[in-house]
Design a protein. Structure first.
Length: 176
């Protein structure tokens, strides 16, 4: 093989190595381990029947002044206890939870779910009194780019009362 052929092979080999290296994915992050222990007694009050209602709306303002609601997105409520605050922080950081601390399956009802209507309104009923974290996602496309993010706010339900909460720009905890 002449010098030009060897040079061509070296260039092709270098391009192949660069292309393969560019496609290599970083190693996955290790799963997050919960440091806060799940204590059932801290959550027992959230398992009781209640008569509180939380209504709300989720939206974000776009740079041009438009408003986008959480229409069609799920809305979740979970107790605002140390365990669930840490749980939410791991999920918001994009980390999967490892095999460490587990929640008793009897407490699955602690997660409440609703959905935003076309105007971004949502409702939770029959809640016991207590502090909750309410979260939803507002997203839209600008060209080929997803924009918006996840909103979260603390709200306190009270038996026999209706509480209203607005989730908007100041409650943005994770952007797209």
């Amino acid at each position: 093989m002449d010098g030009g052929g060897k040079r061509t092979q070296l260039v092709l080999a270098a391009i192949t190595v660069a292309a393969v290296a560019g496609c290599a994915m970083p190693p996955p992050r290790p799963p997050a381990e919960m440091k806060t222990k799940f204590v059932g007694a801290e959550h027992d009050a959230y398992m009781q029947p209640g008569s509180g209602t939380v209504t709300g709306q989720g939206f974000l303002r776009q740079r041009g002044g438009g408003v986008v609601t959480c229409a069609g997105s799920s809305v979740f409520m979970m107790p605002a206890t140390p365990f669930f605050r840490e749980f939410a922080s791991h999920l918001l950081s994009g980390r999967q939870l490892g095999g460490g601390e587990k929640m008793d399956p009897d407490y699955a009802s602690l997660f409440k779910e609703s959905a935003c209507d076309a105007q971004g309104n949502f409702t939770f009923t029959n809640l016991p009194s207590g502090a909750w974290a309410v979260t939803t996602e507002v997203k839209w496309m600008a060209g080929n780019t997803s924009q918006g993010g996840i909103l979260m706010k603390r709200v306190t339900s009270v038996n026999g009362k209706s509480v209203q909460v607005l989730l908007s720009d100041s409650d943005l905890v994770s952007s797209r």
